[in-house]
Design a protein around this ligand. Structure first.
Ligand SMILES: *[C@@H]1O[C@H](CO)[C@@H](O)[C@H](O)[C@H]1NC(C)=O
Ligand SMILES: *[C@@H]1O[C@H](CO)[C@@H](O)[C@H](O)[C@H]1NC(C)=O
Ligand SMILES: *[C@@H]1O[C@H](CO)[C@@H](O)[C@H](O)[C@H]1NC(C)=O
Ligand SMILES: *[C@@H]1O[C@H](CO)[C@@H](O)[C@H](O)[C@H]1NC(C)=O
Length: 617
């Protein structure tokens, strides 16, 4: 009688011993093949936890050769890391821009654990404006012009353009300028022609008045078209007059030559009428561009027109109006409000405080000379009203919603560990026995990636949310240990209102974080920390910041261990840090180049102390 075999309490069907051997043999072979072919790919190169073991629990150690996938390929030899280009570092962050930026772990490409792989910088097409800084003008008028030019530059920069202010110097550089000098012309037309000569001298691009502003979503058709930088036909826009033109060099040259050769130039009053009608294609669709030309201001904002006729102060008021319209357009776009992400929310209140303050600033109504007015291109806007503030929520996960602006705070794994464990004496055994791996990114991507997904796809989702074109327009990612960058106005395209006007009195001092009204408890926003806990959180956060600055050798070991245990969280933190640093370096570099032209017009001057004051703890 055959013996009934039992396996873990289950009866096993009888089988001849030879077949069992074959079956077990195949399983073993399959296991070995799976191990050899999948394991090396799933282990990113970088620090391995093995180095930090305290020999109480030993992790399965892999042969040394398995630490790099390249080893398995017979054709790969030791590779040089990609070259380090100019201006690709800032403080501790380093980066390398490449098309394959969506690989989960940067170090597999950059061969340097501290160097992040970022997407290539988007090409910024130039947009030109013309400003004659040589004109004799009162100092206060020049200051007002400067403020308007700054607003203009910031608004277009935030939309992905490279705003450039041209001056008579560029016109003078044009060989056709001599011809213009010999002509007796109407003075407005002469300025207009100089403007075209300056543009022709630069070539393909957009020419606009500095009272023309992008007033719409980045995804808007016209703005996307302009951002592509390819303009098949010389175009002007219906009803915008001389406000904005786009075209390529050859067509600009042809138009200027035609105008200069026109025998009726002497009696002409404006540029468009001096060239044949066919020179321009006329585009009737320009809903996302606002032109505050004097006629529009007179009709729509009579109060401001009156002030302008009295002097420089009027221009400053106009500037305030434009800034409030830019802000209003942004607010209208994000009708679902601002999400300040708070994954693992129990002890994260202090860490997200700067992001929360920023959200509160953004949700405010800016000071405006005409609070209920709308931009000229969007007569049906909903003006900012203190009674219906923008909603600020603190959800624990990232949600990809077009009408929601997301501000994320990425903590270093050490910061995450001290805050979530709520004590500052963490050590290697604690990390390995008690802490879970990559808690931050796992919580953050719970909704977009689901549960039961490994870290690599989560990291890719995160990188997309940070750095894809869609991501840069809908999200901002800060790091928990660094100050909020000073130049966020350039990211948003308007001056962020930094103090409360929603009480009706702009003089009201800003309440400190403690006295500020806390958001109403909403289960979706996570638990509300009590004041004692928040105090302790602040101390822990300070400890984490100090840890980031200087470490003893023992702490260095701890850092290595915690980064190795949380590879995905570390990657996310480095990525966000490098991305933020790069956008700052990009702007500073451009600023550095531009300040030599037009007598530095349109630069930020005598800037107030900025954020520092509100974000110091
Ligand atoms: C990366 O940065 C850390 C901290 O700044 C440093 O200790 C480490 O040596 C760096 N690693 C490399 C490969 O440069
Ligand atoms: C978010 O949604 C947009 C389209 O609505 C999509 O193009 C983008 O890839 C999404 N981003 C992420 C991180 O899923
Ligand atoms: C509030 O902001 C406005 C405009 O930026 C400024 O003029 C005013 O002095 C600020 N008030 C305080 C109290 O900081
Ligand atoms: C860019 O690099 C140059 C030369 O290395 C340096 O002088 C300049 O300060 C850098 N600019 C920025 C914004 O880091």
């Amino acid at each position: 009688m055959p013996v009934q075999r039992i396996f873990f309490g289950w009866p096993v069907p009888a089988m001849p011993p030879r077949r069992i051997a074959v079956l077990l043999g195949s399983i073993a072979l399959f296991a070995v093949i799976t191990l050899v072919f999948t394991l090396p790919n799933s282990i990113p190169s970088g620090p391995s936890l093995g180095r930090f073991t305290d020999h109480k629990i030993s992790l399965p150690k892999l042969p040394k050769t398995f630490s790099s996938p390249s080893i398995l390929s017979p054709f790969r030899v030791a590779a040089h890391p990609p070259p380090v280009l100019k201006n690709t570092t800032s403080g501790d962050s380093k980066w390398y821009s490449n098309w394959n930026w969506l690989s989960p772990f940067s170090s597999s490409v950059t061969l340097d654990e501290n160097r992040s792989l970022l997407p290539p910088l988007n090409e910024r097409p130039p947009i030109y404006t013309y400003y004659d800084h040589t004109q004799k003008k009162a100092a206060d008028l020049k200051a007002a012009d400067n403020a308007l030019l700054l607003t203009w530059r910031r608004a277009w920069w935030a939309q992905g353009f490279q705003p450039i202010i041209l001056s008579p110097a560029e016109a003078l550089n044009n060989p056709l300028y001599a011809e213009l000098q010999t002509l007796e012309l109407d003075s407005t037309l002469k300025v207009e022609l100089s403007r075209w000569l300056a543009w022709e001298n630069m070539g393909t691009g957009i020419l606009c008045n500095y009272l023309v502003f992008p007033m719409g979503a980045q995804e808007d058709h016209l703005l996307s078209f302009l951002r592509r930088g390819k303009y098949p036909k010389l175009t002007r826009f219906e009803n915008l007059g001389h406000g904005i033109f786009v075209g390529s060099k050859a067509e600009i040259t042809a138009a200027v030559k035609t105008a200069l050769d026109n025998p009726e130039l002497k009696t002409a009053k404006d540029f468009i009428s001096t060239v044949p009608k066919e020179t321009f294609q006329v585009d009737p669709h320009h809903e996302s561009v606002a032109y505050y030309d004097p006629v529009v201001v007179k009709n729509k904002y009579p109060k401001i027109d009156e002030a302008i006729s009295k002097g420089a102060n009027g221009l400053e008021i106009l500037n305030k109006l434009i800034i409030s319209h830019l802000h209003g357009t942004w607010r209208n776009r994000f009708s679902k409000g601002i999400a300040v992400l708070k994954p693992e929310p129990d002890h994260m209140s202090a860490a997200i405080e700067p992001a929360f303050t920023l959200a509160e600033f953004l949700a405010q109504c800016p000071e405006s000379p005409m609070p209920s007015s709308c931009p000229p291109n969007r007569p049906k806007c909903s003006p900012c009203m203190a009674s219906t503030p923008l909603k600020i929520s603190t959800p624990p996960t990232y949600r990809n919603t077009s009408e929601l602006y997301t501000i994320g705070t990425v903590p270093h794994p050490f910061t995450m560990a001290v805050l979530s464990s709520f004590r500052d004496n963490i050590d290697v055994p604690w990390i390995r026995r008690e802490s879970s791996r990559d808690p931050w990114i796992t919580a953050l991507t719970k909704e977009v990636s689901g549960t039961g997904v490994s870290s690599a796809p989560r990291i890719i989702k995160f990188k997309e949310a940070v750095a894809s074109e869609h991501g840069t327009f809908h999200t901002l990612w800060l790091t928990a240990e660094k100050e909020v960058p000073q130049d966020l106005d350039w990211r948003f395209g308007f001056t962020i209102p930094r103090n409360a006007t929603d009480t009706g009195k702009s003089e009201t001092p800003v309440p400190g974080p403690e006295r500020r009204p806390q958001p109403k408890p909403d289960p979706k926003n996570g638990p509300v920390a009590n004041p004692d806990d928040v105090k302790k959180e602040r101390e822990l956060l300070k400890r984490a910041k100090d840890f980031g600055q200087a470490r003893t050798p023992a702490e260095e070991k701890l850092r290595g261990a915690i980064e190795a245990w949380n590879l995905a969280d570390t990657e996310a933190w480095r990525f966000a840090r490098a991305f933020l640093a790069r956008s700052r370096v990009e702007r500073l570099k451009w600023e550095e180049e531009e300040k030599h032209y037009v007598g530095g017009a349109g630069a930020e001057r005598g800037k107030s102390s900025g954020w520092g004051r509100w974000f110091d703890d």
